[in-house]
Every structure is written in C-alpha cells, then in structure tokens.
Design a binder for this molecule. Structure first.
Ligand code: PEP
Ligand code: MG
Length: 585
C-alpha cells in the first residue's frame, strides 16, 4: 500500500527513486528491533564500525600532525582511547543484547547516559569529555549509516536524500550526480537547505512530519516538488503518472531555457538587471556569464564552511580573484562572512545560544573579531584590482555598524596604497536589508552606502517572527504577507530617492510568481540562483511596467497573504501559458 505524506513544496520537479536515510546527528537515527538470532551479527557490525571509526581518527590525526601542536593532537589520542574503552564497549554490547536494538540506537542511548554523568562533573576537563564522547559516537554512527546507505543504493544508482534536515555541508559530501530528490522532516521553503536544493535544480519537499519513522530507507518514493507530496511505495500506475508529468515538465523547462539569451527588458523597454547568487567558484564553472549581469550575491561563508580552518588571506585573494576573472568586468558582489545561526563553522565553536538566529551571527561576528574581518576585507580589496567587485554587509542592524565597516575599508585602502598594492580605490560598499529595523532608517543608512540589497529570506523571518526553518509554522512564513509587500515598497521608494541601486537577493527574486510584483514596486535589479534566470527573464519580457504597477497597487491594498499570492500567481500563470502555447518572439 502506498503511503502519501504532505510537506512543504521547496523545489519544483518530480523524482522517482529509492529514498535513503542520511543522518548527521545522534538525535536522528533509524530504529530496529532485533530478533534473537540477529544479535550476534549486530554486535559484530558494531565492532567493525568502531574499528573503522578508529582508523579514520588515526588518519585524520596524522593528516593534521603538521598543522597542530603536540598538545592539540592529544585530543585525537583521547578520542581513540574512548573508542577502545572496554567499559563503554561492554555497555554498548549489553544494550544490543538486552534491549534487542540495533547498534545505532545502542550508541544513542549509551552516549546519552554517559553524557549526563560527565556533564554533572565539577571538573571542567571532565565535562569536556562529554563533547568528545558525542563526537566519537557520531563518528561510529556515520560509519554504520554509510554502510547502510551503500546496502540500499549501489554506487552509481539514483536516490532520494532523506534526513531531518538538508544541511549546507551535505551538499559537499553526498553523491550529487545521482541525487534525484531531497525530502526532509524539518526546514521550511526558505531555509538554507531548500535554497540549495533549488539552486541544484533538485526537486525537494521539506517539513514532512515523522518522515524517517514512516518511510524506511530503501523504499521507492515519488517526490513531487510542485505540490509538496511524498509517496512511499507508489503503485505502478502512480509511478507511470508521475513519470509522464515529469516528462511534460522537463519539456516546458527546455523551452523556457531557450529564453536565457534574450535581453532582459520589459515589452515597454524598462531594463531589468538579472544577477546570480552563488555559493562558490564551483557554481561559476556551470554558469554562462552571458546570461547574467554579474553576481548579485556571492555567499563567501560557504568557502569557509568547506574548510577545516579559516582560509588565509592569500587563499581568499585567490578565491575572490577567480570570481572576478570569471565576471570579466561584470559586477561581483561579495557578501562578507555570514556564519552563525543555521550556518555554523565546525572549527569555530560559537557559544550555545537560546536563539541563535537572533544571536551572534553575520556582521556581529565580523565586528567582534577584527582579525577575521580585516583579513577578509584586505583579501577582497586586493582581489578587486582590475574588476568590478562590491562588498555587501550581512545582518546590518544599526547605522553605526556601516560607519565602522566603512572606516575599516578606508583604513585598509590607505595601507594598501602605502604599500603600493593594487586594489580598487572606489570599491562599493553596500548593506543588506534583512533586519527590519534597518529598513526604517534607510535615510540614515544610504548616505553611508553605495548600494543596498534586500535579503527577504531573513527579512520575512524577522518581520513575521517566524523561524524560516521551523516546519510547524512553515505555512505562516510567507513573503506574500501584506506587511512585507508594504515594506518592500517603502525600501524601493527610499533607496530609489537616494539614487543608488537596490537589488533583491532573497529567494523571491528567483520566484517567477513574484517578478511582476517586484517590478511594479519599483525594483529593477534581481539576484537569484542561476536555475531561475530563464523563468524570471521570461516574466520580465512578458508584462509592461504599467501592468506590473497596477498589480503592485492592488496588492498593496490587500489584507491577506493568500490574496496577494493568488493575484501574483494568476498573472504569472497567464504569462506562462501564453508562452507555452504561442512561444515568444
Ligand atoms: C536573505 O536572508 O535573504 C539572504 C539572501 O541571505 P541568506 O539566505 O544567505 O540568509
Ligand atoms: Mg540572510
């Protein structure tokens, strides 16, 4: 019998493939009760996993030997000792035998028990052991789960990723070539995992309650990224129907794709700049420069997240230069480090916070750690010679933060000039408008900025007091909220008066339902994941500005998100079907 689960549609498209559980955390693991005759094999499975995890720790510590002090290398020795601790191992085996549970569950239970003991200890060093234990547990678990995954999906076979969340680091570690769909139990349409799924062009459904408990690893599923439905064990008829739908969609996409080389102007001649959001220079290798006006958002934190330690100034210069060279004179907007919140750095432990999204993140970290910030700004300035780079500041909350950043940029420019180092002396500095407070003091902020960029993903989260990652309130998180539309109109008007450019770089810039509304509100620069450029361009080319303005005016008078969405969506749909029926000259 097939099982239909409803979630939030996060990235369009349809996938049919076996679903495979992926887990990065001790909290989310598959549970299995063992028959008596399975116990011995399970014990062996765990023994082997412990040995593989120990080998991996040994290899890692050897790799790091040249970079770490002897003292620090002992951390790994301590982890090895923990892994080989007889009492701990006995307790794990006893749990498997007595509770008849699989190794993953045994690890979770034993680690939790020991953690409580360690954490109660007075001695700080002993309390630290709790973290080591968690880490060691996680490593054994990854070995176990990796094997489990392999048994469900042979190498080179298509699969659907399933986990509690799709984390930014997952994108770097999984086999992307055969990834056909993403389904997660948590997250929302605007969480970073969903953003990545869209930019990878992979159908995704998020916020599927009890996903991992209800659909086992290895089960064939349909992922419908259009309606937000996941079907476990579909019958042949359902599979056939979805395959047909997928084929039709692919055909429509192919035709829309053709639009990408046409000019980005409305039928009455208004020029709309369309830029790309990228996470790394890897994204640039598959992006055709000719179809964009440049990079509107380079999320530099991803380069930091992929490493084992902070990149040096030289490494950063090389990275930024690569992007500037790719752009060949077009704009490249580098956003300074935006870690914290849901984007942690594994080598830089930030304190536990009750509300990380309202906590120490983005520019707040950069301003508190001058070495880090100076290094990044110096690297950006050095790379800026000979191109058109812009610096964008994330999470700006107060006017004086921009003033402080400008002072840093000026100081480094002076140093570079004195040292005769080439750089762009006129590099533009811009603020992200993603904390609502800053949108209300734009008349004070804009004199300090050369441009602004609206990060609607966070702006909506903060305006509506709605966590962008929380599935329970995912339906409440909506950029169509009338308050958001009104604030966008205000931003376009105030920044417009300053005569400086303003773009939108949040996800709505790539949502073709939104395009005409944004043009009608006054925006002329949109930055999005590259996959959306053709669709958005199609919308730009379809509706004249006065029609967009009428739409915006009507939306501004509406009281409910639902109505605004229906209005924008209906217009977009007419454009879309007109194109599919008659094509476009
Ligand atoms: C945003 O908040 O809209 C944005 C573009 O930044 P991020 O999604 O990386 O937080
Ligand atoms: Mg943001």
């Amino acid at each position: 019998m097939s099982l239909k689960l409803k979630g939030v549609a996060a990235a369009s498209g349809i996938a049919v493939a076996p679903l495979v559980h992926f887990h990065g955390d001790l909290a989310f693991i598959p549970t299995r009760s063992l028959a008596a005759e399975e116990v011995a094999a399970e014990r062996r499975r765990l023994e082997e996993a412990i040995e593989s995890a120990a080998d991996a720790i040994l290899v890692l510590s050897r790799d790091l030997a040249a970079e770490l002090t002897r003292q620090d290398i002992r951390i790994y020795d301590a982890q090895l000792a923990l892994l080989h601790d007889k009492t701990l191992q006995q307790e794990l085996f006893r749990t498997i035998e007595q509770d008849r549970v699989n190794s993953e569950v045994a690890i979770q239970q034993v680690v939790a028990r020991y953690e409580t003991v360690f954490e109660r200890m007075e001695d700080v060093a002993l309390r630290e052991r709790a973290a080591d234990l968690r880490d060691v547990g996680r490593q054994v678990l990854s070995v176990l789960l990796e094997r489990e995954r392999k048994s469900f999906v042979a190498e080179g076979q298509d699969y659907v990723f399933a986990a509690e969340e799709f984390l930014p680091s997952d994108a770097g570690t999984i086999d992307r070539k055969h990834l056909r769909g993403i389904v997660t139990a948590r997250g929302g349409k605007y969480s970073h995992g969903a953003i990545l799924a869209r930019s990878l062009g992979i159908p995704a459904v998020v916020a599927v309650d009890e996903l991992l408990q209800r659909i086992r690893s290895g089960t064939r599923v349909v992922v419908d990224g259009e309606s937000g439905v996941v079907i476990g064990d579909p019958d042949d008829e359902e599979v056939e129907r979805y395959r047909h739908l997928a084929h039709e969609q692919a055909e429509a996409e192919r035709r829309v794709f053709e639009v990408r080389y046409l000019s980005s102007r409305t039928p009455d001649g208004a020029v709309v700049r369309l830029l790309a959001n990228v996470e790394s220079t890897r994204d640039l290798s598959s992006l055709e420069r000719d179809i964009t006006d440049g990079i509107g958002l380079f999320r530099t934190e991803f380069a930091f997240m992929e490493r084992h330690q902070f990149p040096t100034e030289e490494e950063q210069v090389a990275l930024y230069r690569k992007a500037i060279e790719w752009a060949d004179g077009k704009t490249v907007t580098f956003r300074t480090l935006d870690v914290g919140g849901d984007k942690p750095l594994r080598y830089f432990k930030t304190p536990d916070e009750r509300n990380p999204v309202l906590g120490w993140r983005g520019l707040r970290i950069s301003l508190d750690l001058p070495d880090l910030f100076y290094t990044q700004i110096r690297a950006l300035l050095r790379a800026s010679a000979g191109g058109h780079a812009r610096i964008l500041l994330p999470m700006v909350t107060a006017v004086d933060e921009v003033a402080r950043c400008r002072a840093v940029v000026d100081e480094i420019k002076r140093d570079l000039a004195q040292a005769g180092e080439p750089h762009d002396p006129d590099i533009e500095l811009g603020a992200m408008i993603e904390v609502p407070a800053i949108a209300h003091v734009l008349d004070q902020v804009m004199p300090l900025c050369d441009f602004a960029s609206v990060g609607t993903n966070d702006l909506v989260q903060y305006m509506l007091a709605c966590d962008r990652d929380n599935p329970r309130i995912a339906h409440m998180y909506t950029p169509y909220h009338p308050a958001v539309i009104r604030l966008l109109a205000h931003i376009a008007e105030v920044v417009g008066r300053s005569g400086k450019p303003v773009s939108i770089c949040g996800e709505i810039a790539g949502d073709h339902y939104f395009t005409s509304l944004l043009l009608g509100l006054g925006f002329r620069e949109l930055s999005m994941a590259p996959v959306f450029l053709p669709r958005v361009k199609l919308m730009v080319r379809t509706f004249p500005i006065d029609e967009c303005e009428r739409l915006a005016k009507e939306a501004l008078g509406m009281a409910n998100s639902r109505d605004v969405r229906a209005l924008a969506r209906d217009l977009a749909k007419t454009g879309w079907s007109r194109f599919l029926e008659h094509g476009q000259s």
